[in-house]
Write a protein that binds this ligand. Sequence first.
Ligand SMILES: Nc1ncnc2c1ncn2[C@@H]1O[C@H](COP(=O)(O)OP(=O)(O)OP(=O)(O)O)[C@@H](O)[C@H]1O
Ligand code: SF4
Ligand SMILES: [Mg+2]
Length: 330
Amino acid sequence: MSARQSLLSVRKLRKQFPVHLGFRRTGMVSAVDDVEFDVQAGDTLGIVGESGCGKSTTARLILGLVKPDAGEIAFDSEHLNALAGRERKAIKRGMQMVFQDPLGSVNPRMSIGENIGFPLRVHGYSAQQIRNRTSQLLEQVGLHPHHASYFPHQLSGGQLQRVNTARALALEPKLIICDEPVSALDKSIQAQVLNLLLDLQQQLGLTYVFISHDLNVVEYVSDYVAVMYLGQVVEQCSSDELYRNPLHPYTRVLLSSIPQVDPEARRTSAPVTGDIPSALNPPSGCRFRTRCPLAMDVCAVERPVIRHPTAGHAVACHLYDSDTAERSAA
Ligand SMILES: Nc1ncnc2c1ncn2[C@@H]1O[C@H](COP(=O)(O)OP(=O)(O)OP(=O)(O)O)[C@@H](O)[C@H]1O
Ligand code: SF4
Ligand SMILES: [Mg+2]
């Protein structure tokens, strides 16, 4: 990525969850393991990967909804781990989230105006200020001020996702983490909500972390993309570079599985076989090795470290270790 200052910087982020296995046995789910990335102001970082790869846990760790086991998160030049109480609340005001489920994300007993105004009320705004700001926000997200008196069940999924976006914007954040914001919507509505997010980014200079399992959606909105597999980032680069020149076998498999109008397009890899292994007991070495068509002996014993085969393109795969670089390029 460029030398511009990062708005969000994540280093060696790690989270395990204890789970009960029955008969008094417990285990640890490795949800996020040494995740690292930077997001520059005004950019969108897409995070993509199959279900259970740790996308939402990463988001929740950044927002402080879950405590990390290890790692550093810096936002707006502040190290979040070092902040507590009021200081942390003040800095967290600058980062908000839009969730996947439009209806589940609002309080059904509160009007749309009350839902959007809720964060303003928590931060001590007056009733008049809340009314004015709510009307402004409704217009900003393409709804009408009169929608403030509606209740959630009276709006469509697309309209509710606009409401959730308005609520996320209420405190004028710098960063919005969008966790699968359109995957619960009809295809025809998805584009409208994506375009709204892009317009708002232009108008307000917003920075996004955009989480999705849908590579087409991620390509549409992202400047940079991080590909996650079983809790780890396996590849990271600009969106153009990733879709033009995917390096990691997992990314190639993901891209080749996107439905294409041109059947020859993006056929860069054999289809992946086998189920995703359990995060309770991830494979040794490279976590993708049990499904990788190119796995070698070393893949079972050594965890691949991040390499940069070309400037700005990071990949964690033994095919790109320096001593095997020629083979990987062949
Ligand atoms: N509170 C929890 N307790 C136990 N395990 C959890 C908890 N939260 C997440 N996990 C596990 O951590 C792993 C990562 O989950 P996460 O929800 O972050 O994945 P995801 O990439 O967001 O998946 P999806 O695409 O389905 O939303 C999964 O194995 C999940 O079962
Ligand atoms: S490290 Fe080995 S198993 Fe993992 S993706 Fe690369 S080649 Fe495949
Ligand atoms: Mg999720």
